[in-house]
Design a binder for this molecule. Structure first.
Ligand SMILES: *Cc1c(COP(=O)(O)O)cnc(C)c1O
Length: 373
C-alpha cells in the first residue's frame, strides 16, 4: 500500500500493520472474541492515562466530538451549571454543544493566543457556587496552545466542581496522569493519539462520579454517559454496535503503543515538530502562536501575503507527493496546520520540507516569506 504522510491533527498516519489489522473475517460484535478485545482495550484506555481501579473507560462509536458531547450532556445536573473555558475553536465547540442541549452554562472567554487565566476561573467559581463542571480543552488543536488542566482541576475541586477536559489531541500523544493531576474526566479517539482508524471514541472518568449520575437529566438517548456505562458494568457489553473492524485496528495500535512506550512516543512527536518548526522558520514563515506557548505537537503557520501564494496549489503539489496538509481559517488570518501526530519520524518531516520548498518555488512564492504589517 502507498504510504501517505498526514500532517493532520487526526486522522493520523497509521502503520501498515494497523491498517491491515482491520481486515478480518465478518464477525458479530457480540462474539466472545470481540467482547474480549473491547474489554482489553478499555483497560488499556485507562492505563494510558495512568488511571487505577477508580477510573473506567466508556467507549462509543463516533468521532472525538462525541466524547465531548457525552461528557457535557451527562455531567451537569438539573440545578447545576457547566463553566466552559474558551480559548480556541475546540472549547468554542463545547459552547455549541451546551447551547444545543439547553444545558445551563457560563462561557468564560479568553483571547485565542494565550492560555486560560486561572485567576478568572477561580473568581467565576467563587461567584457561582452552582458550577458543577469546569470544562476546558487540554490542547487547543488549532493554535497548539496547551492549557494547565492540572491546576484548573484543582481549582475546580476547591469549589466542589469536577474537572472535565478535552484531551482528544493530547491523549496518547504526551504523558497524561489522571491520578497525579487529579483529572476527573478526559477523552480519547481512535484516529488521534493512538494512531488507529476513525470510529471509536471514549471517555475515561472517575467511576464514583459516573455512579452518581443515575438521576441526572437524560438529554440524549444514544450518548448518555450513565446509560452507556451501565450496560458495560452490568452486561459487559457496549450498549450499541461497536465499530468492529476499527476495534481490531485499535488492538494492534495499542500493542504498538506499549512497544514504543509513552516517553519514546512523545519524544518522537516532539522531534518531528522541531524539524518542522525549524524548517518553516528558515523559510521565513511565522507561527500564529508564541513559541513559548506551543505544545510541541501542532504548528499553526500563518499564510504569507505574497500575491502568488495559493494554498490550494501548495496543497495539491504536496498531496500529489504523498503529504497531507490541513488548512485553517480562524480569527482574521489564514493559516495552515502542521501536526506531528501519527506514525511519522524526522525523515518524513525533512522530506516534506523539501517538497514544500519546491512547491513554493514552482508557484512563484518568494522565499524568505513576506508578511505585510
Ligand atoms: C480532533 C479534536 C476533537 C474532535 O474532532 P472530531 O473531528 O470529532 O474527531 C475535539 N477536540 C480536540 C481538541 C481535537 O483535537
Amino acid at each position: 500500500m502507498k504510504r501517505r504522510v498526514m500532517f493532520l491533527p487526526g486522522p493520523a498516519t497509521t502503520t501498515e500493520t494497523v491498517k491491515n489489522a482491520q481486515v478480518v473475517p465478518d464477525i458479530s460484535p457480540r462474539e466472545k472474541e470481540v467482547e474480549c478485545i473491547i474489554d482489553e482495550i478499555r483497560r488499556d484506555f485507562v492505563r494510558i492515562v495512568h488511571g487505577g481501579d477508580n477510573y473506567v473507560a466508556v467507549p462509543f462509536c463516533g468521532s472525538g466530538t462525541l466524547a465531548m458531547d457525552v461528557c457535557l450532556n451527562s455531567l451537569v445536573g438539573s440545578s447545576g451549571k457547566a463553566l466552559i473555558l474558551e480559548n480556541g475553536a475546540y472549547s468554542r465547540r463545547a459552547v455549541g454543544i451546551c447551547d444545543c442541549y439547553g444545558i445551563p452554562f457560563i462561557r468564560l472567554r479568553f483571547p485565542y493566543d494565550v492560555p486560560i487565566d486561572l485567576e478568572a476561573v477561580e473568581n467565576m467559581l467563587k461567584e457561582h457556587p452552582d458550577i458543577e463542571v469546569v470544562y476546558a480543552a487540554h490542547q487547543e488543536t488549532v493554535t497548539g496552545i496547551l492549557n494547565p488542566i492540572k491546576t484548573i482541576s484543582s481549582i475546580a475541586h476547591k469549589y466542589n466542581a469536577i474537572g472535565c477536559f478535552d484531551t482528544l489531541s493530547t491523549y496518547a500523544v504526551m504523558p497524561i496522569d489522571v491520578e497525579k493531576d487529579n483529572i476527573d474526566f478526559c477523552m480519547g479517539a481512535s484516529h488521534k493519539g493512538i494512531m488507529a482508524m476513525t470510529g471509536l471514541s471514549w471517555v475515561v472518568g472517575k467511576k464514583s462520579i459516573i455512579e452518581k449520575l443515575e438521576n441526572y437529566p437524560r438529554r440524549s438517548f444514544y450518548s448518555n454517559l450513565y446509560m452507556l456505562y451501565l450496560n458495560l458494568r452490568d452486561h459487559g457489553k457496549m450498549k450499541f454496535t461497536p465499530p468492529t473492524q476499527c476495534v481490531y485496528s485499535i488492538k494492534q495500535a495499542l500493542a504498538e503503543y506499549w512497544e514504543e512506550g509513552e516517553e519514546n512516543k512523545w519524544n518522537r512527536h516532539k522531534r518531528v515538530n522541531d524539524v518542522l518548526l525549524n524548517g518553516i522558520k528558515e523559510m521565513g514563515f511565522r507561527c500564529f502562536t508564541d513559541e513559548k506557548l506551543l505544545s510541541g505537537v501542532v504548528l499553526s503557520v500563518e499564510c504569507p501575503n505574497d500575491r502568488n501564494w495559493d494554498y490550494s496549489k501548495i496543497h495539491d503539489y504536496c498531496d500529489a507527493r504523498g503529504f497531507e496538509l490541513w488548512p485553517t481559517t480562524f480569527l482574521s488570518g489564514k493559516s495552515f496546520r502542521l501536526a506531528s501526530f501519527g506514525a511519522i519520524d524526522t525523515e518524513d518531516a525533512v522530506n516534506f520540507l523539501k517538497v514544500f520548498r519546491t512547491a513554493l518555488d514552482e508557484t512563484g512564492v518568494a522565499v524568505p516569506i513576506r508578511y505585510e504589517n
